[in-house]
Write a new protein. Structure first.
Ligand SMILES: [Mg+2]
Length: 177
């Protein structure tokens, strides 16, 4: 009964989830390509992401998951610029980037996708966001040192377990004949 529970949509926070800084505080837009494939800010500071992120995004996208971003940064233009310069634009179908409680971001993704909250999984580094989205029924995973293969694998396993448990509960509450 296990192994078939997969989310339809995987949503990521940006700051301290896909990259190790606050885009509105620690770096200075506008961003641009530097030498080679580097991305730099207005001061020429090289902008890094968590190193497994490009491969993780590519694999999830290739496996057929729909991917989304939910960020409450006030540096909206800078965040979009980085997604573009890192070459991640092509992976994200949903981009909700603006301040405020992330329940708003997810209600937009729900509306645009026609999916339910239970069809989504969410990765974020902040407790408050995890709490808010757990309340509405999105399986929400706290990310401690940025997104990598291991934390995404663990999250997808938790999702599968959640679906399996729900099915078992349903099966056991159905009266026998
Ligand atoms: Mg964050």
């Amino acid at each position: 009964m296990s192994g078939n529970g997969k989310p339809r949509i995987i949503v990521f926070d940006l700051d301290y989830t896909l990259w190790p800084f606050w885009v509105d505080t620690h770096v200075t837009p506008p961003f641009r390509k530097g030498k080679g494939s580097e991305v730099v800010d207005a001061h020429g500071q090289v902008i890094k992401y968590y190193k497994e992120v490009p491969q993780v995004l590519k694999e999830l996208y290739t496996e057929g998951y729909e991917l989304g971003v939910a960020s409450r940064t006030s540096e909206i233009r800078g965040a979009y610029q980085l997604l573009n310069l890192f070459g991640w634009d092509k992976y994200f179908k949903y981009k909700e980037i603006y301040p405020g409680c992330k329940v708003t971001h997810f209600s937009k993704i729900k509306k645009d996708s026609g999916m339910d909250y239970k069809d989504m999984i969410f990765f974020d580094d902040e407790d408050r966001n995890i709490r808010d989205l757990t309340k509405v029924g999105v399986l929400s995973i706290l990310v401690r040192n940025g997104v990598n293969h291991a934390c995404v694998r663990d999250g997808l396993h938790k999702y599968d377990m959640k679906i399996t448990q729900r099915l078992q509960r349903l099966a056991s509450s159905t009266p026998g004949r």
